[in-house]
Design a protein around this ligand. Structure first.
Ligand SMILES: Cc1cc2nc3c(=O)[nH]c(=O)nc-3n(C[C@H](O)[C@H](O)[C@H](O)COP(=O)(O)OP(=O)(O)OC[C@H]3O[C@@H](n4cnc5c(N)ncnc54)[C@H](O)[C@@H]3O)c2cc1C
Ligand SMILES: *[C@@H]1O[C@H](CO)[C@@H](O)[C@H](O)[C@H]1NC(C)=O
Ligand SMILES: *[C@@H]1O[C@H](CO)[C@@H](O)[C@H](O)[C@H]1NC(C)=O
Ligand SMILES: *[C@@H]1O[C@H](CO)[C@@H](O)[C@H](O)[C@H]1NC(C)=O
Ligand SMILES: *[C@@H]1O[C@H](CO)[C@@H](O)[C@H](O)[C@H]1NC(C)=O
Length: 585
């Protein structure tokens, strides 16, 4: 999701491709010498703590045998290892080996990108772990098969999606997560000297271990191959319906049962909700609908810079009204443009959009359309001045959802303009997720809520309505016990997170068996799994970046008028609130 430049609604990647050289986003790994003396970052160019992760070497295996040799080598030398992917999309510091001070080894899946086999009769497909969602969808479609529920963004890899529990939106079938469709996996873990320092395990659905391996935070070893259970290709029909949000609490609780691919986008300051009524239709239906979501298209860098500058000025001036005006503009332009959906691959002429699953389930044309001169780029590409944001994402159990939504509505009633900033990033994306058998997967049916908002380039600068966003964050995570998305969020979201999983102990037992030395664990996963230290970092200004929950004023920005205060609705929250008397100091 991102700020949508209205001027660009009709410029699509296909047009740009004809004039621009095609070059994907940068490799997130940079080395000073060939494959050594490297750093890794994420696709936004900044981990939550903004540290640089240093590693000694990177290896680029092309086959499972090479993975085995690399893992054996690393294990014999007792080196910390981590798998890295083509684009490194996770926000938390998952991809950094060990403590990131420079001794670790990265194993990149960049060249593990082959489809190994497709069994049309059994409706299964086996792929290497570096295959992207885009490839997975395209290759399955060639065999008349489809993955029913998936993330909306093409750029994620199979290994990364599984490790972080990535999902789409549905309460049907085996579940909403990509991991819910895994029926087999090969994984290479450290081995004993007798085993030659590496061990390959082949897991299928009869193995309890698969419940650990299919959402693993990458701590069990290198996932080499994955077999998915797919469905015969199908068609779907999408209608977006915009309504007032006054009864969202009631509607949201049941809406997920009404439509197979239901989701909602909430604009709390505009008091509006976009309901996605999206269902399977018989393949006898006619339609050639295509999804090229506007927020995932390549945009001119000049325009991205202009928009970012406008946002920075609004922040600096405390211009909430300006943000609300821009948000309304963005939302209505998106609406008119059908969000990047077209009825026939070219034009949006109205709902319903009817088309094949593989043309509608995900998109990401900025991956193909960047160019070397960076005239255009993905909106968040760190090489250009563009979007820079936080993403708070948690799943609220459906049984508590109404109460949570009403709390947020009460808070917005107190500060009506407070959420305009999130609406600039196309509002709160809310997706249904189903209870999973994965130990670290969804525990019960829930609504996953994605909140994207301004992050200052300077970590010590507070943002507009800092307190309201922090209160919603703490409310979702602690009052309503929301589960944080493993691949998104700020540090504080993971305080106590592992305690929310009934089978956490089972997961840790598997980890102990697969990697007793913890070579594939790093500081971050040890903290998140409750094995060592705390996920929070307490220091001056830490609450501004979500590194901590404030307990003293100095964790906010007292010199800029922001003090640590209780929440307005959720009194147990501790948030950085701007207080009048000192604001002009
Ligand atoms: C634009 C955008 C849109 C997104 N949309 C969605 C969405 O719709 N739904 C959703 O749920 N999430 C979404 N996400 C978040 C995303 O799900 C996670 O960040 C993600 O799964 C990362 O995938 P990746 O391939 O980039 O893996 P990385 O972030 O590079 O890696 C994640 C972890 O997996 C480990 N890992 C990766 N491959 C392997 C392997 N082969 N073996 C062992 N460990 C491995 C890594 O070591 C790391 O610990 C989105 C992110 C972005 C940037
Ligand atoms: C094993 O490690 C040695 C020294 O660290 C290195 O030279 C060699 O290339 C490595 N082999 C593999 C397969 O990674
Ligand atoms: C699943 O794995 C077990 C061994 O772990 C094996 O005996 C069995 O044949 C496998 N089943 C399938 C369907 O491959
Ligand atoms: C981690 O820090 C948070 C606050 O920063 C605190 O609430 C929590 O109890 C700490 N957890 C542990 C295990 O120390
Ligand atoms: C802040 O100032 C405004 C007017 O400038 C006033 O109405 C409001 O009550 C003040 N709030 C606090 C918390 O002092």
């Amino acid at each position: 999701m991102g700020i949508i430049p209205p001027a660009l609604l009709f410029s699509s990647c296909l047009l740009l491709l004809r004039v621009a050289l095609s070059s994907p986003p940068e490799n997130p790994i940079k080395c000073s010498a060939e494959n050594s003396g490297c750093t890794i970052t994420n696709s936004y160019g900044a981990f939550p703590d903004r540290s640089v992760c240093r590693v000694a070497h990177v290896a680029y295996p092309t086959t499972e045998d090479e993975i085995i040799a690399i893992v054996a080598n690393g294990t014999a030398a007792m080196r910390k290892m981590k798998v890295a992917t083509r684009y490194s999309h996770s926000i938390p510091k998952l991809a950094c080996p060990g403590d990131g001070h420079g001794d670790g080894l990265l194993i990149s899946t960049l060249y593990l990108n082959e489809v190994l086999s497709v069994d049309a009769a059994a409706q299964t497909m086996t792929v290497e772990s570096g295959v992207t969602l885009k490839q997975l969808i395209e290759e399955a479609a060639k065999a008349g098969l489809a993955l029913p529920y998936s993330p909306y963004w093409w750029g994620l890899t199979v290994g990364g999606m599984l490790s972080t529990g990535a999902h789409g939106s549905s309460l049907r079938g085996r579940g909403s997560g990509v991991h819910d469709y895994v029926v087999g996996m090969r994984i290479v873990s450290p081995g004993s000297a007798k085993e030659g320092y590496a061990k390959v395990r082949t897991l299928n659905e009869t193995d309890e271990d698969l419940k650990a391996a299919k959402v693993s935070l990458g701590v069990l070893g290198v996932i080499s191959q994955v077999t998915f259970k797919l469905q015969p290709m199908f068609m779907r029909s999408i209608v977006y319906d915009q309504m007032d949000d006054y009864d969202l609490g009631d509607r949201a609780t049941v809406f997920g049962n009404l439509h197979e691919f239901a989701d909602m986008t909430w604009y709390p300051s505009q008091r509006k909700v976009l309901y996605r009524k999206d269902d399977r239709v018989p393949t006898t239906a006619t339609g050639d609908g295509l999804n090229d979501f506007i927020g995932f298209r390549a945009q001119p860098s000049l325009l991205l810079g202009t928009i970012r500058t406008a946002e920075e000025i609004q922040e600096a001036k405390g211009d909430a009204e300006g943000k609300c005006i821009d948000a309304k503009l963005t939302t209505s332009f998106l609406h008119v443009a059908g969000y990047g959906l077209t009825n026939n691959g070219l034009l949006f002429t109205g709902y319903p959009i009817v088309g094949y699953q593989n043309h509608l389930q995900a998109s990401g044309s900025c991956l193909n359309c960047g160019d070397d001169a960076l005239v255009t780029a993905c909106p968040w590409d760190p090489r250009v001045k563009g979007e820079f944001f936080f993403q708070t994402t948690f799943a609220i159990p459906l049984r508590k959802l109404k109460e949570f939504i009403q709390d947020v509505q009460q808070l917005v009633a107190l500060e009506p303009k407070s959420m305009c900033g999130t609406e600039l990033y196309d509002g709160l994306l809310m997706r249904y997720v189903k209870a999973s058998t994965a130990y670290l997967g969804e525990q019960e049916d829930a609504l996953d809520i994605d909140i994207t908002y301004y992050r200052a380039k300077d970590p010590l600068v507070p943002r507009l309505y800092e307190d309201i966003l922090e209160e919603i964050e703490q409310m979702g995570l602690f009052k309503y016990q929301g589960l944080p998305h493993w691949g998104k969020n700020r540090n504080l979201a993971f305080v106590g997170a592992i305690g929310k999983y009934n089978k956490a102990a089972e997961f840790l037992k598997v980890k102990e068996r697969y990697d007793p030395l913890g070579l594939f664990s790093n500081d971050w996963t040890d903290q998140v799994l409750g094995l060592k230290g705390n996920v929070t970092i307490v220091k001056g200004g830490c609450a501004l970046e979500g590194l901590c929950i404030c307990s003293e004023d100095v964790h906010c920005a007292p010199n800029k008028g922001y003090f640590c205060q209780p929440g307005k609705i959720y009194k147990d929250a501790r948030v950085c609130t701007r207080i009048n008397s000192t604001q002009h100091n």
